[in-house]
Structure formats: structure tokens, C-alpha cells
Ligand binder design. Structure first.
Ligand SMILES: [Zn+2]
Length: 163
């Protein structure tokens, strides 16, 4: 069963997330933190999270670490639900949040970017192998089909005109 919806998160550069957070004195960080949690939830409805409360938790000692770990754990769940072999490490994310502030958004944003990229590529592939009305393109037809079509056309053309 497919666990994910067609909703994809926004592709954000990890460096831009950090840069914008610094420029806006942390305000962008809160917006980003809200959005990524909402995107994860929309992408995988099995994952329960209240993005608003996640942001509130950032202001509360200890709860800020719980939510930092929790967001990484949700990303891991999203990856595992789709059979990923390489996943984010929520423990590493937590250690980054404690000891290296900017390491946390860099790590989280790069993991998310990779995931959204994967889906973007998948949907491009699907779009290129299907025509608008769902009839497969020539590349998808079994080998030799083109020759059958050509010989059919030749047959039609070689028929003497009736009447
Ligand atoms: Zn996914």
C-alpha cells in the first residue's frame, strides 16, 4: 500500500534555511520549522504531528530538544515507510541541536531535500512515460510493435481502391 500522498514538500536549500534564519533573527527558522512538519504530515498522513505545537515547543526548555528529536524521527518514519535503506539519525540530529545549532537545520533540510527530490524525479519519470490521456508512448510498447504498425499501414495502403 502506498503510504504517501501526492503532496510534496518544498525544495529548500539547507544553506538558504540557515542564511534566512540568521538574517531574520530566527523568525524564518520558526516558519521553516512549522512548514516542514506540516509538509511531512501532508505527505504521510500516518505521521501525527501538530506543527503549531512543535513551534511552541521550541521556546520551552527540554521540550525544544524533544521536538528537535521528534521532527527528525518523523522524517525517519517517512523514509522507512517508503522502504529507504539510508535514513536520518534522530540521535545525530539531537546532538547537533544541542552542540551545534546550525548543524540541525542543515542536517534536517538536506534530508528533506533529498526526499522531495526523489519524488520530483519520480513524477517527472511518470510524466515522460505517459501521454496526457494515459496511452503509453512508443517507448513503452513491446519490441517489434512499430514493425507491426508499419506492416499494417502498408497493407492498408496496398489495398486497391474499391468502387
Ligand atoms: Zn515520500
Amino acid at each position: 500500500m502506498q503510504v504517501y500522498t501526492s503532496f510534496n514538500g518544498k525544495d529548500r536549500s539547507p544553506a538558504a534555511v540557515v542564511g534566512l534564519s540568521i538574517i531574520t533573527v530566527g523568525i524564518y527558522y520558526l516558519v521553516w520549522y512549522y512548514k516542514i512538519n506540516k509538509e511531512i504530515k501532508l505527505h504521510n498522513p500516518q505521521i501525527k504531528v501538530s506543527p503549531g505545537w512543535a513551534v511552541v515547543a521550541l521556546f520551552v526548555p527540554v521540550a525544544n530538544l524533544v521536538t528537535a528529536y521528534g521532527t527528525a524521527a518523523r522524517i525517519r518514519q517517512m523514509q522507512l515507510d517508503e522502504g529507504a535503506s539510508q535514513t536520518i539519525s534522530p540521535v545525530v540530529a539531537l546532538l547537533l541541536a544541542i552542540f551545534l545549532g546550525i548543524g540541525y537545520p542543515l542536517y534536517i533540510a538536506s534530508q528533506l531535500r533529498e526526499h522531495w527530490h526523489f519524488h520530483a524525479i519520480q513524477s517527472l519519470k511518470n510524466a515522460s512515460t505517459q501521454s496526457v490521456d494515459g496511452v503509453p508512448n512508443a517507448q513503452q510498447l513491446p519490441q517489434g510493435s512499430d514493425r507491426v504498425v508499419t506492416s499494417l499501414e502498408a497493407t492498408v495502403e496496398s489495398k486497391p481502391e474499391l468502387g
